[in-house]
Design a protein around this ligand. Structure first.
Ligand SMILES: Nc1ncnc2c1ncn2[C@@H]1O[C@H](COP(=O)(O)OP(=O)(O)OP(=O)(O)O)[C@@H](O)[C@H]1O
Ligand code: NI
Length: 271
């Protein structure tokens, strides 16, 4: 496997006098893998996701390097990729309402991504948008092209946001708590949608979640953040069955305390 993204000693501070949101985080993201980043609220997960996508607030002080080996750049490209926000990285946020424009039909929003990044005509962009709506399993794609976000349910909006995120054929898909605002059944549907799209398009996935059990259903590897530091990184089976760090054990215990069913049996097969 080749490395898609190499993060080295990454530190982020939002305010000069404030605490660091990330402290010396290093991780390689392999091409085609599904990597989950987990940790409690405030542990720095979104900061890491935004740093990778080049979307951090302007005033943030960033140390360390992010090297990106995506095909659209001279390799390696240092710090943050320039064409982010569409072409090489697709980003799905927690709240689809905030990433969708409320006064623009959803078809246009998806078509615009394709048009901007793939240099397609409007006609071809709309055709692509219809195909994408079909791929995210929205009913009647041609009619759905013309609806506005408020006419859709939360889960359907998230499907539209995912369609827009992958419209330019990104190498890397980042889902930052993309299912956290949804109820359990819809959450499971969106997780399986992400799994299928990532497999079909050969994308690399960075799945950000505070939910270790949910992350484990999707990811091959799990990185655990705590107060801005990477405390553990390993294969999903190892993290679940033989966590090395006390904090990872605490996250697992907390989850097991809430849910009587074991996450995995001792052999590592899904329970
Ligand atoms: N724009 C910002 N300005 C100032 N501080 C920020 C900003 N965004 C995040 N922080 C701070 O940085 C730290 C890490 O936040 P971050 O949002 O990355 O955590 P998180 O793990 O994504 O949390 P959550 O699960 O709640 O989304 C927190 O202490 C947070 O208060
Ligand atoms: Ni977050």
């Amino acid at each position: 496997m080749s490395t898609l993204l190499s993060i080295r000693d990454l530190s982020v501070r939002y305010r000069r006098d404030g605490a660091a949101a990330l402290k010396g985080v290093s991780v390689d993201v392999e091409s085609g893998e599904r990597l989950a980043i987990i940790g409690e609220s405030g542990s720095g997960k979104s900061t890491l996701a935004l740093a990778v996508a080049g979307l951090l607030a302007r005033g943030a002080k960033v140390g360390g390097t992010i090297e990106w080996f995506g095909a659209h750049f001279q390799t390696p490209h240092s710090v943050t990729p320039p064409s982010i926000g569409g072409r090489d990285i697709g980003f799905v946020f927690q709240d689809p309402s905030s990433s969708l424009d409320p006064v623009m039909p959803v078809g246009k929003q998806i078509a615009e991504v394709a048009r901007t990044h793939l240099d397609l005509s409007w006609r071809d962009s709309y055709a692509k948008a219809a195909t994408l709506l079909e791929r995210v399993r929205l009913p009647d794609p041609d009619a759905t092209l013309r609806v506005y976000p408020h006419q859709l349910s939360g889960g359907q909006k998230q499907r539209v946001a995912i369609a827009a995120a992958i419209a330019a054929g990104p190498k890397l898909l980042i889902a930052d708590e993309a299912t956290s605002a949804l109820d359990t059944i819809v959450q499971a549907e969106i997780v399986s949608l992400i799994r299928r799209l990532v497999a079909e398009d050969g994308m690399t996935l960075l799945f950000i979640s505070h939910d270790i059990a949910l992350a484990a259903t999707l990811a091959e590897r799990i990185a655990v953040l705590r107060q801005g530091e990477l405390v553990e990184l390993g294969d999903t089976d190892q993290i679940l069955n033989a966590p090395r760090h006390a904090y990872t054990r605490a996250l697992l215990d907390a989850h097991l305390g809430l849910d009587a069913k074991p996450l995995l049996d001792r052999q590592g097969a899904p329970a």
